[in-house]
Design a binder for this molecule. Structure first.
Ligand code: APR
Length: 272
């Protein structure tokens, strides 16, 4: 049953909308989830925009982060290992301590029930993986992983020697960087290809905790809608996507997704 969240009141009207959303998901041919920073707010990680957002507080980082990395990768690595920016140090610590909540687990539950074909996340916080989601596409990378800037092979930090900076890829010799996609960096071709493939077959997208302002991720729900599919939005506030949404569930992701899973489960059982 749903954990008690003070910000969440299950009114009969909201209960009805959650039941409608459950029917949409179960009735769809292919469902894909798209998640953003709002999903991890209840795990203690601030969003980027809006009240309490990182960029709201500290301003957006320079849009040429990747070009700066390529210009001096050794300096970028020293900054990565010992961040000088207070917000970057704070975020690193917050990401290290964060744990998945009921919302992340509910999405893993929808995957386990066979409802979700894939989960595309803009979050780099590794919480979907920790919650048990397996068909996961991390379009902006994962802060806990490293990646070769040439061949895009990904590595656990322990697989890469960082005596001499910058470290190099054991496969192709290319320069290794954090897996997180920096501003100005193209999305790695493998994950982008898999995202487009998932969106192509999708006719119902569950969009959780995103302002839907950053592309290419923000394009995905629009594409589903353009092809006659449905959009279920989960967000306490209106977003760029609200006018396009088939159904908007207003409230915190944790309790809403857990309630959604509770409604979907019996529908899936009766379908069998
Ligand atoms: N549950 C669900 N949604 C929430 C919650 C919550 N508890 N709290 C806030 N939100 C919503 C906000 O209303 C907002 O619409 O989450 C959204 C967060 O939006 P952004 O901060 O813009 O985050 P996101 O959409 O993921 O940003 C996209 O921008 O800076 C880049 O690379 C970064 O991946 C990020 C991308």
């Amino acid at each position: 049953m749903a954990a008690a969240d003070p910000a969440f009141v299950l009114t009969p009207e909201l209960g009805g909308r959650i039941a409608e959303a459950a029917a949409l998901l179960v009735g769809a041919r292919s469902v894909v989830a798209l998640t953003g920073a709002g999903l991890s707010v209840e795990s203690g990680i601030p969003p980027f925009r809006g009240p309490g957002g990182l960029w709201t507080k500290y301003g957006e980082p320079p849009l040429d982060g990747y070009q700066r990395f390529l210009a001096d990768p050794a300096a970028a690595w020293r900054e990565r290992l010992h961040p000088t920016e207070p917000w970057a140090r704070g975020l690193m610590e917050t990401l290290r301590r964060a744990r998945p909540h009921a919302g992340h687990r509910a999405l893993a539950g929808l995957e386990a029930l066979g409802v979700l074909e894939a989960t595309i996340t803009q979050n780099v916080d590794d919480l979907h993986r920790q919650a048990g989601t397996r068909k996961l596409l991390e379009i902006h990378g994962n802060h806990a992983l490293l990646r070769c800037a040439e061949c895009h092979q990904r590595f656990e930090p322990k697989e890469i020697e960082i005596e001499r900076l910058p470290p190099h890829c054991p496969q192709c010799g290319g320069i290794v960087k954090g897996d997180t996609v920096q501003f100005g960096e193209p999305i790695p071709p493998d994950v982008l290809r898999d995202c487009y493939a998932a969106v192509e077959s999708c006719n119902c997208m569950l969009v959780v905790g995103t302002s839907a302002t950053v592309y290419p991720a923000a394009e995905f729900p629009l594409e589903v809608r353009r092809r006659g599919g449905s959009i279920v939005e989960v967000n306490p506030h209106e977003s760029e996507l609200t006018p396009m949404a088939t159904l908007s569930l207003r409230g915190p992701a944790g309790a809403l997704l857990e309630n959604l899973l509770d409604r979907v489960r019996p529908l899936m059982t009766s379908r069998r």
